[in-house]
Design a protein around this ligand. Structure first.
Ligand SMILES: [Zn+2]
Length: 152
C-alpha cells in the first residue's frame, strides 16, 4: 500500500515537474553505485578473512611442526646426556671400587708388613706383641726374625 502511494506520488511529481525524473535517476544511479561498492568491499573483506585464516592455519601448522621437531631434538639430546651421565656414574663407581680395593690392598700389605714370626712356633704375630697368642711364650726376647711376605 505504502509503495503504491510512493509510486503515485512520484508519478504526480514527474507530471508536475519533469526535471524530477533526473533527480530520481541520479538517486537510483548513486544507489546502484553505492551497492556495487558495498558488495565489492564485502567480497574483498570476506576474501581477505578467508585468505588470512588459511594463511594463519598454514603458519600454525608449520609452527607446530617446528615445535614438534624442536621437542624431538631436545628429547634426543636429553636422552644422549642421560646415557652419558649414567655412563659417567658407572665409570665413577668403577673408579671408586678400584680405589677402595687398592686401599684395602694397601692396608693389608701394611698389616702384613707389621707381622713377625714367633721364634718359638713360627706363627705370624703382630710386631711388638708381649706374648705369642698361639704358643703363649714371650717372643720379646728374640728380635723380630724377619718380615713375613704376604702370600696370595
Ligand atoms: Zn709362638
Amino acid at each position: 500500500m505504502q509503495v503504491l502511494i510512493v509510486i503515485l506520488l512520484a508519478i504526480i511529481a514527474i507530471a508536475v515537474a519533469p526535471w524530477v525524473i533526473g533527480v530520481f535517476a541520479l538517486a537510483a544511479g548513486t544507489y546502484v553505485v553505492a551497492l556495487a561498492i558495498a558488495a565489492a568491499l564485502a567480497i574483498t573483506l570476506l576474501l581477505s578473512v578467508f585468505i588470512w585464516s588459511w594463511a594463519s592455519k598454514l603458519r600454525s601448522k608449520a609452527k607446530e611442526k617446528q615445535l614438534i621437531e624442536k621437542y624431538r631434538v631436545d628429547l634426543e639430546r636429553t636422552a644422549a646426556e642421560l646415557a652419558i651421565s649414567s655412563q659417567h656414574a658407572r665409570q665413577r663407581a668403577e673408579v671408586r671400587a678400584k680405589e677402595a680395593a687398592l686401599e684395602a690392598e694397601r692396608k693389608e700389605q701394611e698389616r702384613v708388613r707389621r707381622l713377625v714370626l714367633c721364634p718359638h712356633c713360627s706363627s705370624k704375630i703382630a710386631k711388638g706383641s708381649m706374648f705369642c697368642p698361639v704358643c703363649g711364650k714371650q717372643p720379646l726376647s728374640a728380635s723380630p726374625v724377619r718380615s713375613v711376605q704376604r702370600k696370595e
